[in-house]
Design a binder for this molecule. Structure first.
Ligand code: GCO
Ligand code: MG
Length: 402
């Protein structure tokens, strides 16, 4: 089954997405997401300038061999740009393989390990009252797991909050906005937020929180300890994970479960954290960690150490990634939870899909392949728009992790 065409589609139906479409000699095509938030065009160029010419003529069924060809064959290994490009190829090939066998992808990944996929939604608000309101809204929609982010008193803006009641969206159009940060303000406030949430919503609902890489290990240990009475499902990205030993300090101080890995792109980023059992959930996802082929290897390693998966699923991961992730989630044994931020109606129209949400769970659907398509004509009506993730400064102006 020879590859006869491959093309990169960049579009911005509400936000930017990069999609790879691979077509074979018998007319079957597959899609792969290649979106790298705020750096989209670098992956688009990597694919169209360097990968597409090498794809033409290859046998689309040789998924593992093609993965190794682009990983080992590039000489330059790993990194988010390379791994997102490889992921796009990989997912498109899995899509083709499953379509050619007329089966939903999860059947090729070992079949389903569960009936449906537990997802968590994003509650947020500028203050505690608004966050309680937003959390209640997700409860009313049937969510069983909800993360909560809140404006911090004394800071004009912070990670994870939608502006003026709008749904939170990580990237903003134009040049990067600047957020404010104070660890002291945050640490004083965050236990109060979760005390209020537990009081209002009771013990059963799963509560999650994203610290978004902004604490030192000992600060994270303190936050984890202060949050223990509120029984979080997880505390995410407590400290930047380049310093993997830092997680040992966090572990020494708290039993709050830790989730890490949305910015990782290979098994080598996770290896130490998993093997030393320094984390509980691994958040690597399809698009940024080398596709289904590589993500399965990460999950298999994690399974040995009782670490579960918790794939990143913000809006910058396109519906193509979401579809692929749901097939992975449904099949992998050590699944934990899947993040779910619904896309805008414009995005959903450009990417018609078979996946669905019901009562806090999702299902990838039973269409052959990953079950996600692209309407290219409609996509062409939404050209790329420059957008960046914010940067973060402490109150004295020092640049900080965002
Ligand atoms: C999350 C993430 C996002 C990221 C965004 C970056 O947990 O969903 O932290 O909000 O910041 O996806 O592109
Ligand atoms: Mg996160």
């Amino acid at each position: 089954m020879k590859i006869t065409d491959a093309k990169v589609i960049v579009c911005s139906p509400g936000r930017n997405f990069v999609t790879l479409k691979i077509t074979t000699e018998d007319g079957i095509y597959g899609l792969g997401d290649a979106t790298l938030n705020g750096r989209e065009l670098s992956v688009a160029s990597y694919l169209s300038d360097h990968v597409v010419p090498l794809l033409i003529g290859r046998d689309a069924r040789r998924i593992e061999d093609i993965w190794q060809y682009f990983y080992k064959g590039a000489y330059w290994r790993r990194g988010p740009v390379t791994m997102s490009a490889i992921a796009a190829v990989d997912v498109a090939l899995w899509d083709i393989q499953a379509k050619s066998l007329n089966t939903p992808l999860y059947q090729l990944l070992g079949g389903r390990s569960r009936e449906a996929v537990l997802v968590y939604g994003h509650a947020s608000g500028e203050d505690v009252e608004k966050t309680l309101g937003s959390f209640g809204h997700f409860v009313s929609l049937g969510y069983k797991a909800i993360r909560a982010q809140c404006g911090i008193p004394g800071l004009s803006s912070t990670y994870g909050i939608g502006h003026g009641g709008a749904v939170y969206e990580p990237a903003e159009k134009g040049l990067p906005p600047e957020n404010q940060w104070s660890t002291e303000h945050y640490m004083r406030f965050i236990p109060q937020l979760f005390a209020a949430l537990r009081k209002e919503f009771g013990p059963e609902i799963h509560m999650l929180h994203d610290a978004h890489h902004k604490l030192t290990p000992i600060e994270a240990g303190r936050v984890g300890k202060d949050l223990e009475p509120h029984r979080l499902f997880w505390m995410e990205d407590p400290t930047p994970a380049e310093l993997q030993e830092g997680f040992r300090i966090i572990r020494h101080h708290t039993t709050t479960p830790i989730a890490v890995g949305e910015v990782f792109n290979s098994i080598f980023d996770c290896q130490h954290l998993i093997q030393e059992q320094l984390v509980d959930y691994i958040r690597t996802t399809v698009v940024h960690a080398g596709g289904i082929t590589h993500l399965r290897k990460i999950a298999n390693l994690a399974e040995l150490y009782q670490v579960r998966t918790g794939c990143h699923g913000a809006t910058d991961l396109s519906p193509v990634c979401m579809g692929a992730a749901l097939h992975f989630d449904l099949s992998v044994h050590n699944f934990g939870v899947q993040e779910y931020m619904p896309h805008t109606a414009e995005t959903d129209k450009v990417f018609p899909h078979a996946y669905s949400f019901k009562d806090g769970f999702m299902h990838p659907g039973d269409r052959p392949g990953i079950g996600v398509d692209i309407d290219e004509k409609l996509a062409a009506q939404y050209p790329y728009e420059r957008a960046y993730l914010p940067v973060n400064r402490k109150l004295d102006g020092t640049l900080h992790s965002w």
